[in-house]
Ligand binder design. Structure first.
Ligand SMILES: Cc1cc2nc3c(=O)[nH]c(=O)nc-3n(C[C@H](O)[C@H](O)[C@H](O)COP(=O)(O)O)c2cc1C
Length: 176
C-alpha cells in the first residue's frame, strides 16, 4: 500500500528552522522552572519545558539546556538541581524565569532545600535531583538527574502548546 502522506514530508535538513520549531511546538508540555545554586551561592533558575521522566527504578528524569545559556556553568557545576512544576496561575513566573536577570529570585517566594537549591512556593510538584550526568544533544546539553526527594502540592498544571500558555481540561468525550 502506498502511503500518500509521505509525499508531504519536508526534509528537516533543507526545511525552514522556524517551521520545524513551530512543528515541535505542537507537542503540548507542562512548564517547569529548574533551579540550582551556583558559584558563591548564587541562586539560579530557568524556565524549561524539555523536562521528561525517564525511569522509575531508579527514579530518573531529564531536561535539556541550551549551550548558550548564561546558567550553563552553574548547572554543570551543581551537585543538585530542582524541578519546580508550575501551576496554571504561574505563567508570570514562567516568563520571569525565561528572561535573564541579575537576581531572578528577588521578590519571588522560595525557600532553600537540599544543598541550598531554591524551591519555589506554589509549584504543584517539586523534585529535588542529584545531578548525575550530561549527554551531548546538538546545541543543547541533556541533563540526567536522579530524584532524591519530591513533594506533590496538588493543583492544576500550566500547559505550553504552540508557543502559548494554556490550561488542562477534562476531555469532553470522556468527562462525566
Ligand atoms: C515555556 C518555555 C520553555 C523553555 N524551555 C527551555 C528548555 O527546555 N531549555 C532551555 O535551554 N531553554 C528553555 N527556555 C528558554 C529559557 O528559559 C531562557 O533562555 C532563560 O533565560 C535561560 O536562563 P538563563 O538566561 O538564566 O540561563 C524556555 C522558555 C520558555 C518560555
Amino acid at each position: 500500500m502506498t502511503d500518500t502522506s509521505l509525499h508531504q514530508l519536508v526534509s528537516a535538513a533543507s526545511g525552514d528552522p522556524r517551521a520545524l520549531r513551530n512543528l515541535l511546538g505542537q507537542f503540548a508540555t507542562g512548564v517547569t522552572v529548574i533551579t540550582t545554586v551556583g558559584a558563591a551561592g548564587r541562586k539560579v533558575g530557568m524556565t524549561a519545558n524539555s523536562f521528561s521522566s525517564v525511569s522509575l527504578d531508579p527514579p530518573l528524569i531529564l531536561w535539556s539546556l541550551a549551550r548558550t545559556a548564561p546558567s550553563l556553568a552553574d548547572f554543570l557545576g551543581a551537585s543538585h538541581f530542582a524541578i519546580n512544576v508550575l501551576g496554571q496561575d504561574q505563567h508570570g513566573l514562567s516568563g520571569h524565569f525565561a528572561r535573564p536577570a541579575e537576581d531572578k529570585f528577588a521578590g519571588i517566594e522560595h525557600h532553600s532545600g537540599t544543598a541550598g537549591v531554591p524551591l519555589l512556593e506554589g509549584a504543584i510538584a517539586t523534585l529535588v535531583c542529584r545531578n548525575l550526568t550530561q549527554y551531548e544533544g546538538g546545541d543543547h546539553l541533556i541533563f540526567l538527574g536522579q530524584i532524591e526527594h519530591y513533594r506533590h502540592s496538588g493543583g492544576e498544571p500550566l500547559v505550553f502548546h504552540a508557543g502559548q500558555y494554556r490550561v488542562a481540561a477534562a476531555h469532553p468525550a470522556l468527562a462525566g
